[in-house]
Design a protein around this ligand. Sequence first.
Ligand code: GLC
Length: 564
Amino acid sequence: MNKTWWKEAVVYQIYPRSFMDSDGDGVGDLRGITSRLDYLKELGVDVIWLSPVYQSPNDDNGYDISDYQAIMEEFGTMEDFDEMLAAIHERGMKLVMDLVVNHTSDEHAWFVESRKSKDNPYRDYYMWREGKDGKEPNNWGSCFSGSAWEYDQTTDMYYLHLFSKKQPDLNWDNPKVRAEVFSMMNWWCEKGIDGFRMDVISLISKEPGLPDGVMAPGALYAGCPCANGPRVHEYLQEMNREVLSRFDLMTVGECAGVTIDEAKKYASLDGRELNMVFQFEHVELDNGDFGKWTDRRVSLKDFKETMSRWQTELAGAAWNSLFLGNHDQPRSVSRFGCDAPEYREVCAKMLATCLHMMQGTPYVYQGEELGMTNCPFETVADLRDIESINAYAELTEAGKIAPEDMMRFLRMRSRDNARTPMQWDDSENAGFTKGIPWIMVNPNYVDINAGQERRDPDSVFSYYKKLIALRKQEKVIVYGSYRLLEPEREDLYVYTRTLDAEKLLVVCNFTKEETQYHIPEAYRAGTVLIGNRDRKRLEGEMRLQPYEALVIKIIDESAKETHE
Ligand code: GLC
């Protein structure tokens, strides 16, 4: 298999609004990030993915961009950006920027022009349509509730917005739009950035004619049928020719609705499009009748089946990205494990082991390395996220979900769980700001914070450091092939990785119960590479502790000989 730096890297995602505030306005900023780079260096990550820092009216916390070549005032200046980038490079790390080009802000100069008149030169930069019988042009719903169409009086037409009405969709079928986007990307690459994470890039090519979508029973609107549209691969190949192939970049496409077959095109190892995709199957298994608004938990069997399918089917064809959390997902330890004080640490370590030993590039979402948890939001007034606030209003007002149930679902699934401030220490506001934080701090910062965890060799942070370092030492973790064992077991996730003579056995107990596991013969003489419980000896018949994880390594001499 071809070796590349981005296959061997570990990525750390920063959500700048919540990472570190340097000037006391309650909002994280670029100087705050620069001041904490040594922390990331200590953790050992190679790449930072920065959620958007561009100028934005913040309807969706920076995912609504009004100027792609300026920095959001609350976050600082372009000089601050340049200093941050230099400081990242000085420490031998790389920077991947968020690229949000399915839509802009309605305050972007292109849209301000576009809405002025039907013959404005920028009109065709966006998706304008006539109404149908005095109503929206089709039945598509916005991902943030309500219709995906907004009526605009100036020209008596509607524009498409798959997200908020302040995020109008760009018209990628217009070659001028593509040329503008590519030239902006080249500008950032020439500045020296190291890659792009491409926001909802699977949605950029819409079906001609924009046909109605299928309505789920009881739904108010149709889900947007825009994923993997007819020209998406053509556009990404063009982007690759015009921008990506000219620099040494890491690229990851956020691909809502991507299937394995599609992923093989987006992230094909021949390098025609992107390096890898984020797929969402494993974080949608616990959805219910109202999509993510539920308190369901995924069964381990389903989780293993999905993860394993992506592991084995992309092998040799495309490259996986590995994640359990990000700024759109609840905290992984609360969702996939258990955040009760007696299990939180061991469980966060178990989940990290399970993910980081797979094939693909792992992503650590800020605070995950501390085992940060979901937040006990009491009322909707504690929330800041447009998706959560709109969904609460729409579903409770329509009588679909009772308010107290919806609050419970939000505590489990709201994106704001991931967006509470980074917990740096046990001082006021967790050391995140000297001002009033823009969103509440999780009250458990007194016990869960970086200050304490950096000093403790048994902390979740120290465990992540070991896991990340192991990936640098053991090529089998990066390049080995994957095989699932014990697919039927509801309590254990067991798999192997194999690269020539080197073999790993990864065993993770996903329950709070002790359980038995019979180690395959070949691994009994192995060594424990890493584990979250104090286990020195390997027995054939092993009694695993609650949430225990361990990785056993062997060198299979017979495989070595055959190979040589
Ligand atoms: C992506 C982002 C999310 C944002 C949406 C619209 O899914 O990750 O945070 O709200 O796109 O840009």
